[in-house]
Design a protein around this ligand. Structure first.
Ligand SMILES: C[S@@+](CC[C@H](N)C(=O)[O-])C[C@H]1O[C@@H](n2cnc3c(N)ncnc32)[C@H](O)[C@@H]1O
Length: 216
C-alpha cells in the first residue's frame, strides 16, 4: 500500500513549497534522502519547526534521532535556545547525528544518547516541555507512558507516523503483517484522544502526526 494519507499531487506540491530555511538543514535533508535514512518528510519537518517556534520550549526530548534532521529542525525552530536530549539505538546513525550536531555548532545544546529508548528514558532525570516520538511505531505508546511523568504541565508531545501509511484509518481488515501495528496504533490514538488529561489533534501531515497537549 502506497501512502494513502493525502493525494500524491498535494504531497508533491507541499514538498516543493516548504524547503527548510537553513542551508545546513537542506543539505541534511538531501543526505537523508540520498542514503535512504528515514527522516521526517518536509511537511512534517515544517510542522515541527513551527510548533517549536510557537512553544519556545526550554527542554526537548526526542525519541529516534536517525542522523539528526528533526532534532536540528526543532532546535532551529526554538531559535537555537532549546536544550535537547535525543535517543538513537543505531550506533552508526548516532555517530553521524553527533557529527551533524557538532558541524551545526549545537553540540553544547543537543545531547545525543545511544541505546534503546525504552531503557534510556527511565534514566533521564530532566523534565521536558516538548517531546517528539519518532522511533519504532509499535512502541510509541510505551514511550509515551514512560515519558509522561517527565513532561511539564502544559507540555507538548508530538508523535509521528500515527496514520501508518493510511492503514490506521483504512476500512476493512488490514493485511496480516500489519494487523498488530494497526491495532496498536488505533489503541494509541484512542488513548490520546479520549484521556481527560490531554488535548490531542491528529493531522494527516506526512505519515500522520498527533499533537498532544498536557492539561495544566
Ligand atoms: C524515523 S527514524 C527517526 C527520524 C528522525 N526523527 C528525523 O526525522 O530526522 C526512526 C529512528 O528510530 C530509531 N529507533 C528505533 N527503535 C528505537 C529504540 N527502541 N530506541 C532508540 N531508537 C530507536 C531507528 O534506528 C531510526 O533511526
Amino acid at each position: 500500500m502506497d501512502n494513502q494519507i493525502t493525494y500524491p499531487y498535494i504531497e508533491a506540491f507541499l514538498n516543493e513549497l516548504e524547503p527548510p530555511e537553513d542551508d545546513f538543514l537542506r543539505a541534511l535533508e538531501d543526505e537523508a534522502r540520498r542514503d535512504n535514512v528515514p527522516a521526517a518528510v518536509r511537511p512534517t519537518a515544517r510542522l515541527l519547526y513551527v510548533l517549536a517556534k510557537l512553544k519556545q520550549p526550554e527542554r526537548i526530548l526526542e525519541v529516534g534521532t536517525a542522523i539528526g534532521y528533526s532534532a536540528l529542525t526543532l532546535y532551529a525552530g526554538s531559535g537555537e535556545k532549546a536544550k535537547i536530549v535525543t535517543i538513537e539505538k543505531d550506533e552508526e546513525r548516532f555517530l553521524l547525528a553527533r557529527n551533524n550536531f557538532r558541524s551545526f555548532g549545537a553540540l553544547t545544546d543537543i545531547k545525543p544518547l545511544c541505546g534503546d529508548a525504552e531503557e534510556l528514558i527511565d534514566t533521564l532525570s530532566d523534565t521536558f516541555d516538548m517531546v517528539f516520538i519518532d522511533a519504532a511505531k509499535g512502541a510509541s505508546m510505551r514511550y509515551f507512558e514512560k515519558i509522561l511523568p517527565k513532561v511539564k504541565p502544559g507540555g507538548m508531545i508530538v508523535t509521528d507516523n500515527v496514520l501508518y501509511g493510511g492503514r490506521t484509518a483504512a476500512p476493512g481488515e488490514p493485511a496480516h503483517k500489519h494487523r498488530t501495528g494497526v491495532r496498536i496504533m488505533r489503541q494509541y490514538l484512542d488513548f490520546l484522544c479520549t484521556d481527560p488529561r490531554f488535548y490531542t489533534a491528529v493531522l494527516p501531515v506526512g505519515d500522520g502526526v498527533a499533537i498532544t497537549l498536557l492539561k495544566d
